[in-house]
Design a protein around this ligand. Structure first.
Ligand code: HEC
Length: 410
């Protein structure tokens, strides 16, 4: 059923659209509150229990915000909660993980030269790792180690590096980076869902009942918020990384990932300090640029494959594409119109690595990317870019016929 490939492609676009919107809402509101919190000004004469205030101007009006550290003397009638931004980001993100990586497990999730597993095993590892990650993180925070803010951060950093390395031993580089982002984002959303909001609810319930809330709930929530603050930028990097094979598909991808987490800290530190009006630590930008240069340098080491790994046998699904009667002609078209760019060693001027790591040289590579070839060059005219290699309408029809007759015959 070729309609399936088209519907799936649109579903993937729809979920991505939703995910980006919800992520903007979540990260936008969280950055707003971090800046607001750090910028609060204390002055004599604030109401009882108020910690600080800030005046803001936006959209034609003035806003006067006051922060009550534990709680105001009496509960306001209406309270606005900020939680669905986070939940919706996680839910739409998971839906996308399912559509793109579970739905296309053979192509995007599993690299049989890394680990030869079946799709269901890869999916189980994916889901399991996200759940175990949260449990482990939560235990560490609640352990005696959790009392030491910076010690805990250092330990969590080591855990993240180990996870980065671990994912590259299970999945494709592209999926490894995406999973590292999902692993981190799951911790962030779970912090909101399991810790920050429930603690806030306890405080609100205490207030309504006339009890004095225990300040420990606020302290715990604050620690989790601090983690979320420093993890935000790396998560966005990993979510976008699938467009950049130099990041995810080179030998030291896991080391690159480790450095990305550090950049998250150096960049956020500049903003946190600036918003707290404690000066402008320009050195953090210098460090960020240096880290970025190291990342670029690390990415020049290509992935080393042993001879044996390169001669992997084709999966059953891939074989059906090779066995299709159109295949010989399709191979001629792809090698004539695509391989100059989509090769391990591209010959096209200015292209140094296979774009998006899509290599279209061997029968196996062409078969593995059948659906993408169909969508990018058959059904749509996205490839070749600007039809620079002059693929003809007949050749496009051939790509379409090849894909559709193969999937129909199954
Ligand atoms: C002149 C070089 C060039 C040629 C020729 C070329 N491509 Fe590409 N291809 C690119 C570049 C550059 C990108 C990355 C585009 C981007 O970043 O959005 C790309 C991306 C792709 C992708 C990944 C798209 C995605 O978003 O994941 C596929 C699949 C693809 N090309 C297939 C083909 C096919 C099939 C042909 C031949 C019919 C072809 N390309 C010919 C340069 C080329």
């Amino acid at each position: 059923m070729y309609e399936y490939a088209i519907a799936w492609e649109w579903l993937s676009f729809a979920v991505r659209w939703l995910h980006v919107i919800t992520a903007i809402a979540w990260i936008g509101s969280s950055f707003y509150f971090i800046a607001l919190d750090l910028g609060l000004v204390k002055r004599p004469g604030l109401p009882v229990g108020a910690y600080g205030e800030e005046w803001q101007v936006h959209g034609g009006g003035f806003y006067h915000i006051q922060k009550y550290l534990v709680a105001p003397a009496s509960m306001p009638e209406h309270l606005t909660w900020f939680k669905w931004e986070s939940y919706a980001t996680w839910l739409s993100g998971f839906a996308m993980l399912a559509v793109v990586y579970y739905g296309g497990a053979d192509l995007f999730l599993i690299d049989r030269t890394v680990l030869n597993i079946e799709p269901w095993q890869a999916i189980a590892l994916s889901v399991g790792s996200l759940a175990v990650g949260w449990i482990l993180y939560d235990l560490l925070c609640k352990s005696p180690l959790g009392k030491n803010t910076w010690g805990l951060m250092a330990l969590l950093y080591i855990v993240l590096i180990a996870v980065a390395w671990g994912y590259t031993q299970i999945f494709t580089g592209r999926a490894a980076f995406l999973h590292l982002g999902a692993f981190t984002a799951t911790i962030m959303s779970a912090n909101v869902f399991f810790i920050i909001i429930p603690n806030q609810k306890i405080v609100v319930a205490d207030l309504i009942a006339g009890r004095t809330p225990d300040p420990k709930y606020g302290v715990i929530a604050k620690q989790r918020s601090l983690h979320n603050n420093y993890l935000t930028l790396p998560v966005i990097f990993f979510m976008l990384s699938n467009h950049y094979p130099l990041a995810f598909a080179t030998e030291f991808n896991w080391l690159i990932a480790a450095l990305v987490f550090l950049m998250g800290v150096t960049i956020r530190h500049w903003f946190n300090t600036t918003h707290a009006r404690k000066g402008k630590p320009t050195w953090t930008w210098l460090v960020t640029v240096l880290i970025f240069i190291v990342i670029m340098w690390l990415s020049t080491v290509p992935k080393v494959l042993t001879g044996e790994e390169e001669q992997m046998s084709l999966s059953a699904r891939e074989q059906t594409f090779v066995q299709n009667g159109h295949f010989e002609a399709v191979r001629d078209v792809v090698q004539g119109r695509c391989s100059m760019c989509h090769a391990a060693d591209p010959v096209w001027e200015g292209i140094v690595r296979a774009p998006k790591n899509v290599k279209l040289e061997t029968d196996g590579e062409i078969a593995a990317h059948a659906r993408e070839i169909y969508l990018q060059a058959g059904r749509s005219h996205a490839m070749p870019p600007g039809n620079i290699t002059e693929i003809s309408p007949e050749e496009r029809k051939l790509l379409v016929a090849w894909y559709e007759t193969t999937v129909e015959s199954k």
